[in-house]
Design a protein around this ligand. Structure first.
Ligand code: 1JT
Length: 259
C-alpha cells in the first residue's frame, strides 16, 4: 500500500489545524498513517499549543511547526523559506483555511460590506494563490496542492453568504493554478467537504438543521466524518491520483447530486 501511495517519507505542509475537530487535523491523521513527514503552519500561538498537544496525545510527530499568517505576503514567504531550508523539497501542501467576519455570515447577503467581501476573498481564496506561489519553487519533484471547499460555492445556502463567493473564487483559482503549475508536474485540487462540526461551524445557528437535512437527503443517509475528508485528501496527495488536477472532489455522501 505504501508503494501504491508513494507518500511515505514525503514532506507535506498542513495549514489550518485549529483544534482536534479541524479538517486539517483529519488530514494529518491520515497522512501519519501513510508515513508522511508532517509540517504544520499556524497563525495564533494558541493553535501551535493545540497542535503540539494533539501530536503528543496521538503519538505523532511533526518535522517542523512554523508560524504563517496568510493575510501577509512576507509571512508566507518567510514560512516557506524556513520550511525549504529545514526540510529541502516539499511534496504536498494542504490549504485548509477560511475566514470571514461573523457579521457577514449573519446578515442578509445584500448587506455584505466591501470590507467583509475583500477580507473573505483575501483570507479564503487569494491565500491559496499566494501559498502556491511560495511553495511551488520548493516542489522540485512535482507534487500536489489540496484545498478545502464547500457546496456554498455553487448553491445558495442560507447564511453562507460571503463565504460562498469566496469558495467560488477558490474553486476557480484551483483550476487556473492547475493550468499554471501543470508544466511543473504540480497538481492542484479541491475537496468539497460535507458539513462537519468544526470550530468554523460553531456559531452557525442552523448547523443542526443542516446536518439533519443531509442525513435525510444524501444517498449515504448520513453525514461524513473528518477521517473521510482526511483519507480522500491523502488519496489526492498520493500517486493514486497522479492523473487528476483542477478537480473539485466531493466528500459529502453524495449530497451534492440530489435535487
Ligand atoms: C467559514 C466559516 C468557512 C464556516 C464554514 C466555512 N466553511 C464551512 N463552514 C461551515 C458552515 C457555515 C455556514 C453554513 C454551512 C456550513 C465561519 C468562519 C468563516 C469561514 O451555512 C449554510 C454559515
Amino acid at each position: 500500500m505504501d508503494d501504491l501511495l508513494k507518500i511515505k517519507g514525503k514532506n507535506i505542509v498542513i495549514m489550518g489545524v485549529a483544534n482536534q475537530r479541524s479538517l486539517a487535523w483529519g488530514v494529518a491523521k491520515s497522512l501519519a498513517k501513510a508515513g508522511a513527514n508532517l509540517i504544520f503552519t499556524y497563525r495564533k500561538e494558541r493553535s501551535m499549543d493545540r497542535i503540539t498537544k494533539l501530536l503528543n496525545e496521538n503519538n505523532m510527530e511533526a518535522k517542523l511547526i512554523v508560524q504563517c499568517d496568510v493575510n501577509e505576503d512576507e509571512s508566507i514567504k518567510d514560512a516557506f523559506k524556513t520550511i525549504g531550508e529545514n526540510v529541502g523539497s516539499i511534496y504536498g501542501v494542504v490549504h485548509s483555511l477560511a475566514f470571514a467576519h461573523a457579521e457577514d455570515l449573519r446578515t442578509d447577503f445584500i448587506n455584505t460590506s466591501r470590507d467583509g467581501f475583500a477580507f473573505a476573498q483575501d483570507t479564503s481564496a487569494y491565500s491559496l494563490i499566494a501559498v502556491a506561489k511560495e511553495a511551488s519553487p520548493y516542489m522540485t519533484d512535482g507534487g500536489s496542492i489540496v484545498t478545502m471547499s464547500y457546496l456554498g460555492a455553487e448553491r445558495v445556502l442560507e447564511g453562507y453568504n460571503v463565504m460562498g463567493i469566496a469558495k467560488a473564487s477558490l474553486e476557480a483559482s484551483v483550476k487556473y493554478l492547475a493550468s499554471s503549475l501543470g508544466k511543473d508536474n504540480i497538481r492542484v485540487n479541491a475537496i468539497s467537504a460535507g458539513a462537519v462540526r468544526t470550530l468554523s461551524a460553531k456559531g452557525v445557528p442552523s448547523f443542526n438543521t443542516i446536518l439533519s437535512k443531509i442525513e435525510e437527503t444524501a444517498p449515504l443517509k448520513r453525514n461524513i466524518t473528518q477521517e473521510e475528508v482526511g483519507d480522500m485528501t491523502l488519496a489526492v496527495l498520493s500517486n493514486l491520483s497522479s492523473g487528476v488536477t483542477g478537480e473539485i472532489i466531493y466528500v459529502d455522501g453524495g449530497y451534492n447530486i440530489m435535487g
